[in-house]
Design a protein. Structure first.
Length: 161
């Protein structure tokens, strides 16, 4: 079952590359007592994710934070090495969290997993964004059309804040 507005996020642990090296980050650490924008992509370095989805959040980071958001995070079913390389190459390292959901544990728990084996990608995350306040989903935007980052993009999130 897909997570819904008003639901509390499930407990999970992510890996993240920081300027100090790899760290584990839990949902409790990331969301407790905070207002956070989380967006998810099918894969780091994939075309729509790298050319459209992520750049919108990096370009609008300050505007999103100015709306009372404490943090921004991007999640993908990739390992932390890949997410760290993506953070570095995109210029996003230290600006937003690049969360590796390496085993799709969180993605499956929120019911937003997709089997992209036909395209050679295996189990991945659907493309979505959500506003989370103190661990509770306040808005949820799941893309219906593959290859698009409109409903879940930064411009749409800014309108919701």
């Amino acid at each position: 079952m897909t997570i819904a507005i008003g639901d509390k996020l499930p407990a999970a642990t992510f890996k993240e590359k920081t300027t100090d090296g790899p760290v584990e980050t839990t949902t409790e650490q990331l969301f407790a007592g905070k207002r956070v924008v989380l967006f998810a992509v099918p894969g780091a370095f994939t075309p729509t994710c790298s050319l459209n989805h992520l750049p919108g959040y990096l370009e609008n980071r300050d505007a999103i934070l100015a709306k009372g958001v404490d943090d921004i995070a991007v999640l993908a079913v990739n390992d932390w090495h890949v997410m760290g390389a993506w953070a570095q190459s995109s210029g996003g390292l230290g600006k937003i969290h690049f969360l590796a959901d390496w085993d799709a544990g969180f993605t499956k728990a929120v019911g937003l997993d997709a089997d992209l084996s036909g395209g050679g990608l295996g189990v991945r995350s659907k493309r979505y964004s959500m506003l989370v306040e103190n661990g509770v989903v306040k808005s949820l935007n799941v893309e219906e059309t593959p290859g698009q980052a409109t409903a879940s993009g930064a411009a749409a999130m800014l309108e919701q804040l």
